[in-house]
Design a protein around this ligand. Structure first.
Ligand code: ATP
Length: 428
């Protein structure tokens, strides 16, 4: 029987039912299929001529439609993008299909036909029916409830698995655009990493691609092609982890500082972990495990890339955290009582209503009403009504767009957003 220790002060012993050997599940149809070539006419049929009711969404590089092939026997997502598509096909076709990725099903390079849509190539990927992690975390639509702690940690582990897989493939793949809107949720409510439009394959030292990524998630040390390493993905993952823990956007001008990173890392350094917890669901029952997760996130965003953990270490740590969160209910109850008895519990999460009930110390200090400073060069989600920054990718396989500024010769140069700041160096 394996024993799991969360930390020295609150060591708990748990029987770990998850370490028991699981039966290998049969592969999903998409995993078993080779990459297919689609005729443009089939795509037109499947998307009903790219009709409005098949429209799934629009990113900074293109549009995505839902496609039903063979009378609905195969439901997929068709992405029409200009600069990113070829790169995405190239990257995905070299990766083994994996349940943690939004896998490639096929593509259409029917030159004569696709001329109708400005020479765009089309990529067909697995359809993710439950939207993105960004929508789950930040949707204000009722009755959408924010994900529970168990679900959040599960999503974090699943994304970490996806990134570890990319970094350990031969040659390694660096995603360069890890963010909540690129984490899609499949039919079983599992997270998968998608959008490989900015990904780079091969040995990094050879890479000459200009820096690219999304404001708020972009590694501030990645300023030139030679700076790229897998640790840039680790940085973006750290920001994502803070977003998952706090429910705050990576950048949100309603807050000061607007960057989740600039706000959360000092709290981690001061040991104010409960302040980081998403107030909509309150502190998790296992604060020791949460602390580990928050410290891990802070280590991922360290200002020195070499001092950031590898994705192997990140995954190991998150897997341990997940086990604490999945500890049998009886153990959780006992631990919770101990925490209450010693005054360690700040919030009580009433599961039936999923509302935050303050048990001790009155209400938590508000972190939503801070003075807001503006962030230059960022786009607001849903126009001016919502000042949360819409996290759009910048740059492409061929150049950096949007995040930089044009000099007199018209060339785009990288501009560091003031709102990003550089992460506070950590001592642990
Ligand atoms: N495989 C898919 N299944 C279902 N919906 C998808 C799929 N891929 C993308 N979408 C949806 O389509 C929309 C646009 O996705 P896309 O990847 O082009 O842009 P993005 O990630 O939102 O932004 P950016 O291009 O800046 O990274 C998103 O809302 C996303 O949820």
């Amino acid at each position: 029987m394996p024993y799991l220790t969360c930390n020295a002060e609150s060591a708990i012993a748990t029987c770990d039912p998850h370490s028991l050997k699981k039966k290998k599940k049969p592969k999903s149809p998409a995993q078993a299929q080779p990459v297919r070539h689609f005729a443009y006419s089939d795509i037109l049929d499947a998307t009903n001529n790219f009709s409005a009711d098949t429209f799934l969404g629009k990113g900074s590089h293109g549009t995505v439609y839902k496609a039903a092939f063979h009378g609905g026997a195969l439901v997929a997502a068709v992405k029409i993008t200009k600069p990113k598509t070829s790169n995405e096909i190239e990257i995905l076709s070299h990766l083994k299909k994996n349940p943690r990725l939004v896998n490639l099903i096929g593509f259409c390079n029917d030159q004569t036909q696709t001329n109708n849509i400005n020479n765009n190539k089309l990529i067909v990927v697995e359809y993710m029916p439950n939207g993105s992690l960004h929508e789950l975390l930040h949707s204000t639509k009722k009755p959408v409830r924010p994900p529970s702690w168990t679900a959040r940690v599960r999503f974090a582990v699943q994304v970490a698995k996806a990134v570890r897989l990319l970094h350990s493939s031969e040659p390694p793949v660096i995603h360069r655009d890890i963010k909540s809107s690129n984490v899609l949720i499949d039919e079983k409510w599992n997270a998968r990493l998608g959008d490989f439009g900015l990904a780079v394959r091969g040995h990094v030292a050879d890479s000459r691609v200009p820096p690219a990524g999304t404001l708020g998630y972009l590694d501030p040390c990645y300023l030139a092609p030679g700076d790229l390493s897998s640790k840039s993905d680790v940085f973006s993952f750290g920001v994502l982890l803070l977003e998952i823990a706090s429910g705050r956007h990576a950048l949100d001008v309603r807050h000061s500082p607007p960057s989740v990173l600039d706000w959360a890392v000092p709290l981690v350094r001061r040991g104010e972990f409960k302040e980081i917890c998403d107030p909509r669901i309150g502190a998790p029952p296992d604060m020791a495990a949460f602390r580990r997760m928050a410290v891990l996130a802070a280590r991922c965003v360290r200002s020195t890339p070499e001092r950031r953990p590898s994705m192997v270490e990140v995954l190991e740590c998150l897997t341990a955290v997940r086990k604490c969160f999945r500890a049998p209910v009886m153990w959780k109850r006992i631990k919770r009582r101990v925490e209450i008895a010693r005054g360690d519990l700040f919030h009580d999460w009433d599961r039936s209503e999923e509302v935050v009930r303050v048990v001790k110390l009155g209400s938590s200090s508000s972190r939503r009403n801070g003075k807001v400073s503006s962030v230059s060069g960022v786009e607001y989600e849903g126009g001016h009504a919502n000042p949360a920054v819409r996290s759009r990718s910048v740059g492409s396989g061929s150049g950096l767009v949007g995040f930089g500024f044009k000099n007199r010769k018209g060339k785009v140069r990288l501009k560091r957003s003031r709102s990003m700041g550089s992460p506070v160096p950590l001592r642990w």
